[in-house]
Ligand binder design. Structure first.
Ligand SMILES: [Zn+2]
Ligand SMILES: [Zn+2]
Length: 320
């Protein structure tokens, strides 16, 4: 590894966050302009980084790229668009808070009264707590796992499969946290800060590049931690939040210092699972019982996977 690569892999995330701050300073809090002039070029750089410095150099599997491309397109055009529309309506009312809008609480209680950095921090903590809750539910409640299993069906963690998600799963894990943030009454400027910095971190989280973050791994679930979340082994598939505070608090933080990546990434049991066919993946939750997958959630097999076709929602003891 040459010196430039060594420095780049240890500074990439921090440079991206710093550039995000510069972009907000120059462009302002307009999220659509920030998307066009900062986040889209950032995505492109991430893609080029992965192409130039892939950590896991496996050839693409049959149908993998097509599945990811369709999934990314659907997520961006439906889930993101619906989210932007709802947020647009709320701010057109003059406040992000439903509670204030419907006179349930007085405007003086809204977080918009705090300095912007404090609003953004509160909004990030609120959003990420509910992201932790919904993400953990997606793993431990069979109904939600039927949808979320699609995100875990890829055999490696890359920038391209960050949006390999069922739209129902994406809406559940995105809209519930946003709903609770909007109850708090943060300003549109603070929400823009949260969206930009969360997007940077969530993108880094799935990058197939050997980035090294050191102490930062104790605070944010970087790609070093998130690879473990995608492990085939149930006991390693932890790290549910973006802000690791919640994983530390609830005993689901996992970072084995003596190992670099999980032995295997993906679903524990892929029997009859259509790995790289987007339209069949969309139907999986509705065809679950016909998958005839092995029941791998029993405690005797708790390290072998997470597909369950007939298990009741009682898996929390295995994951904490
Ligand atoms: Zn997950
Ligand atoms: Zn992931």
């Amino acid at each position: 590894m040459n010196a430039i690569q060594w420095v780049l892999t240890r500074t990439y995330t921090f440079i991206a966050l710093a550039l995000g701050a510069v972009a907000i300073y120059i462009i302002g809090y307009d999220t659509s302009k920030l998307m066009t002039y900062f986040l889209l070029p950032f995505y492109l750089v991430c893609l080029l980084m992965q192409f130039a410095l892939p950590k896991i150099k496996a050839p693409l599997e049959k149908g993998e790229l097509t599945t990811d491309l369709i999934s990314n397109t659907v997520t961006i055009t439906t889930v993101n668009a619906l989210q932007n529309m709802v947020l647009g309506i709320m701010f057109a009312w003059g406040s992000s808070s439903l509670l204030i809008h419907f006179n349930i609480i007085d405007e003086s209680f809204g977080l918009a009264n705090l300095p912007i950095w404090a609003q953004a921090l509160c909004a990030f903590l609120i959003a990420d707590f509910f992201f932790y809750v919904t993400h953990r539910m997606a793993h431990e409640v069979p109904f939600f796992w039927k949808f979320h299993s699609i995100h875990h069906s890829a055999h490696r963690v890359t920038f391209m499969n960050a949006y390999r998600v069922h739209p129902v799963d994406a809406m559940f894990r995105r809209y519930v946290p946003l709903f609770f943030v909007t109850l708090s009454g943060v300003s549109i400027e603070a929400l823009s800060l949260v969206i930009v910095f969360s997007t940077i971190l969530a993108t880094v989280t799935h990058m197939n590049v050997d980035l090294r973050h050191g102490w930062f791994n104790y605070i944010i679930a970087t790609n070093e931690l998130h690879r473990w979340h995608h492990s085939k082994k149930y006991s390693e598939a932890k790290n549910f939040a973006l802000f690791t505070l919640w994983d530390h608090l609830f005993g689901t933080y996992y970072w084995p210092r003596d190992r670099d990546i999980p032995e295997e990434t993906g679903l524990g049991d892929e029997t009859n699972y259509p790995l790289h066919n987007y339209w069949q993946l969309l139907l999986i939750p509705f065809r679950w019982n016909k998958l005839d997958a092995k029941d791998t959630t029993k405690k005797t097999q708790q390290d072998t996977g997470r597909i369950s076709t007939n298990e009741e929602p009682n898996q929390s003891s295995q994951i904490t």
